[in-house]
Design a binder for this molecule. Structure first.
Ligand code: NAG
Ligand code: NAG
Ligand code: NAG
Ligand code: NAG
Ligand code: NAG
Ligand code: NAG
Ligand code: NAG
Ligand code: NAG
Length: 387
């Protein structure tokens, strides 16, 4: 389809107006001829968080909106995508960790496997992170070494495929001083896109005072923090894999922990992603915001703090989970997540189909989830003119 710039703008406005009516929002998009994306240099402390104008968004989305019958978001960005370097798998196995042998998939990761998977789902770029259980085993020095190697591996992989990968750095928690050192190295030298933190490690949740100096620094830098669930402290229920229910509980616990400790109210520059559609957070937001005391004061402020969170779609593109997520976010601040390679083969395709079905009438939100919101969070490796 070829339109003149004027026609395409008019169509885009029509389309966007329809979309916004659907979302119950009142502002209007108008495409601008200036598609320059603002960008921030997060290696510079206190650099301002970029403000993404709806205009720039509309411009970037326009091709998709005009051809949305294909339902394929161009340049999908996957912010929930794991890497498992072989030395990291060996480290876990040396401590008898069995989670890399799931009943439905044996995790053997390679960059090529990621690239092949990405091609099959139209994922242009994936932000790599290590998954559960983080780096929980060994003396502090071993933990520091594994974190450094994992991050150098992430940096090397990103450098080898700058248009395909980025990475969220791992930190040697619970050694916070060493974590601050690693954070600086990972962001400033290795160009990490942010960090991954386990929702709990050794039973400590992210509102624990242990994390206070780390939150202070993450906030000063405006870092993106991808919070990955872990097994709950305590044994799983007989016959119920941690990934079935416990992980969602772990994510929800850490959000409540951060909320109660004032992390979400005091650290407003940090951007926190809660995966799996926010676990129980959107669905139980009212209860979490009122700390179970519905009707007492404080709810609205805490609710507003919860709404500062970002969410991803990993294993959540289904008609039962999406209504709650959409009601909570109005479709904003959601990124696409595949959970490769831990999700069963085919799971990410189900997520894509589920999103397409659910958002058939709302292509702008489909585009935001597939690409737009991630553009706000992870800087692009090269000039954005290719988008
Ligand atoms: C394009 O956007 C950039 C960044 O917002 C701005 O600095 C520049 O002046 C804009 N150019 C035009 C032609 O609007
Ligand atoms: C792992 O399991 C083996 C066999 O049961 C045992 O000998 C070894 O001590 C365990 N290693 C650790 C680190 O727990
Ligand atoms: C990363 O690349 C550098 C330079 O090629 C190499 O020395 C280093 O061993 C690599 N690190 C990892 C963990 O792959
Ligand atoms: C961490 O670093 C701070 C400042 O350098 C120092 O005061 C503190 O003792 C260190 N804590 C630990 C546990 O090493
Ligand atoms: C990080 O980015 C800088 C500036 O673009 C570049 O010079 C450097 O080589 C990058 N480092 C890595 C490890 O990719
Ligand atoms: C998205 O998150 C940002 C940063 O926390 C927040 O300022 C903004 O209000 C959120 N947007 C929506 C629509 O909730
Ligand atoms: C995953 O599923 C796709 C599509 O069904 C299939 O082509 C591919 O071979 C499968 N991959 C593995 C590793 O099972
Ligand atoms: C699905 C699958 O291949 N599972 C295998 C994963 O690896 C373990 C241990 O090596 C095997 O016991 C499983 O059969």
């Amino acid at each position: 389809m070829l339109f003149s710039r004027g026609q395409s703008r008019a169509l885009l406005c029509l389309c966007a107006a329809a979309v916004l009516a659907h979302c119950g929002q009142s502002f209007e998009y108008e495409a601008s001829t200036n598609s320059t994306l603002p960008s921030a240099d997060y290696s510079k402390p206190d650099s301002p968080i970029p403000v993404f104008e709806d205009q720039a968004f509309a411009e970037l989305a326009s091709d998709f909106l005009l051809t949305q019958s294909s339902n394929t978001v161009p340049g999908r960005i996957d912010t929930h995508h794991h890497y498992v370097p072989s030395f990291y798998a060996e480290y876990l196995e040396q401590y008898n960790y069995t989670g890399l042998h799931l009943p439905w998939v044996n995790i053997s990761w390679s960059a090529d496997a990621s690239l092949k998977f990405m091609d099959s789902l139209g994922i242009e770029r994936a932000i790599l992170s290590i998954s559960t259980p983080g780096i929980p085993f060994g003396a502090p020095e071993e933990v520091r070494n594994i974190a450094r190697r994992v991050n150098e591996y992430g940096g090397n992989t990103t450098k080898a495929h700058p248009s395909k990968f980025g990475f969220f750095a791992a930190l040697p928690i619970p050694d916070i001083n060493a974590s601050l050192t690693e954070l600086e190295y990972a962001l400033d030298v290795l160009n990490a896109s942010g960090v991954v933190l386990m929702a709990n490690l050794h039973g400590k949740y992210l509102g624990d005072s242990l994390y206070e100096p780390l939150w202070t620094e993450l906030d000063r830098r405006g870092t993106v923090v991808f919070v990955h669930p872990n097994a709950l402290p305590g044994p799983p229920a007989e016959g119920v894999q941690s990934g079935t229910v416990d992980f969602l509980c772990d994510s929800s616990r850490t959000v409540a922990s951060m909320l109660n400790a004032g992390v979400l109210s005091r650290f407003t520059r940090v951007r926190v992603i809660i995966p799996h559609a926010g676990a129980y957070v959107p669905y139980q937001a009212e209860r979490i915001a009122t700390a179970g005391r519905q009707g007492l004061s404080g709810g609205p402020e805490r609710m507003a703090q919860l709404k500062r969170l970002y969410f991803d779609t990993a294993m959540s593109g289904n008609p039962y989970t999406l209504p709650s997520l959409m009601a909570f976010t109005s479709g904003h601040n959601i990124t696409f997540g595949s959970d490769f390679p831990f999700a069963p083969n085919g799971s990410a395709a189900v997520t894509v189909d589920g999103l397409n079905d659910f958002l058939r009438a709302d292509p702008m939100t489909l585009w935001r989830i597939g690409r737009g919101t991630a553009l706000k969070l992870v800087s692009e490796p090269s000039s954005p003119t290719s988008s």
